[in-house]
Design a protein around this ligand. Structure first.
Ligand code: LIP
Length: 270
């Protein structure tokens, strides 16, 4: 059992050091050509050889740098029960369908959790090299600029990002929620990467975000970036952000967005 744990800033430095070459691998393999290696929950929930290669690269790098830590990755899981105080949470390529189709909007998302709380995270846009970082209590940054989210106060003028799952019954429910939301906001954006959506909302490039069905690896790093940018990140009715629903919004938009999502049963359905 690990006893002392490093400062979040040290964990962030390791996360950045590991994520950057991993993002380069993803971009290189994309340029070489990408094909479906397997499917997971449904026929459209795909994994590529690059997803697997990038995750192996990150896991091997962390094993050298932090041999006593645990790692939870989207493709290979967490390797069983562990007692480590530090756990790394990895989405090797968030935006896999974009990646498969050659749409240059995908990211490596890597967060460090200490005793169950995410304390450091990096999201790296593997196509453009943009990078968002955050430490718990230390703020969120992109290119040295502190992020503070959107100043929009009217939901009717808000540009809201969301996404949809891979299961057709869930997508049908999410479509009904979308139909009830779209007339209450400026517009909707569906980019295909939750991690990048959360970072863009932290940056104020979009005003708010919601999505049902995120896994820990979709949410961990980008959720910390959004929180450290001053956004409220949660589920519905006091629940934490998680698979049932993630809402990320500046304080002025949070309540009207939350209440509209509650009215639409956005956390419900399959
Ligand atoms: C994706 C998320 C996205 C969601 C997609 C998918 P993946 O993660 O980032 O927000 O709408 O359905 O879950 O599968 O590319 O790692």
């Amino acid at each position: 059992m690990q006893h002392s744990v490093p400062d979040p800033r040290e964990l962030l430095e390791i996360a950045v050091r590991v994520a950057r070459p991993a993002a380069q691998t993803a971009a290189r393999m994309r340029a070489e050509g990408v094909a479906v290696a397997a499917t997971k929950s449904t026929a459209t929930d795909v994994v590529t050889a690059a997803d697997r290669a990038v995750e192996r690269q990150v896991v091997e790098a962390l094993r050298v740098l932090r041999p006593d830590d645990a790692v939870l990755g989207e493709e290979y899981g967490d390797g069983g029960v562990d007692t480590a105080r530090v756990r790394w949470i990895l989405d090797p390529i968030d935006g896999t369908v974009n990646y498969l189709y050659g749409i240059d909007y995908y990211a490596v998302s890597l967060a460090a959790e200490v005793d169950g709380e995410v304390v450091a995270g990096v999201v790296r846009d593997a196509a453009r090299g943009d990078e968002w970082t955050a430490t718990r209590g230390g703020g969120a940054f992109r290119a040295g600029r502190r992020l503070t989210g959107s100043t929009e106060t009217d939901l009717g003028r808000a540009l809201v990002a969301t996404g949809f799952g891979y299961d057709r019954d869930r997508r049908a429910h999410q479509g009904r929620v979308l139909a009830g939301m779209i007339s209450h906001v400026r517009d909707i954006r569906r980019t295909g990467s939750a991690a990048l959506d959360l970072c863009r909302v932290a940056e104020g490039v979009m005003d708010a975000y919601y999505e049902k069905g995120l896994a820990a690896w979709d949410l961990a790093a980008g959720g910390l970036v959004a929180q450290e940018a001053g956004l409220l990140v949660s589920g519905l009715n006091g629940a934490p952000a998680g698979p049932d629903l993630v809402i990320a919004a500046p304080p002025a938009l949070y309540r009207p967005l939350h209440d509209r999502l509650a009215d639409l049963d956005a956390a419900g359905g399959p």
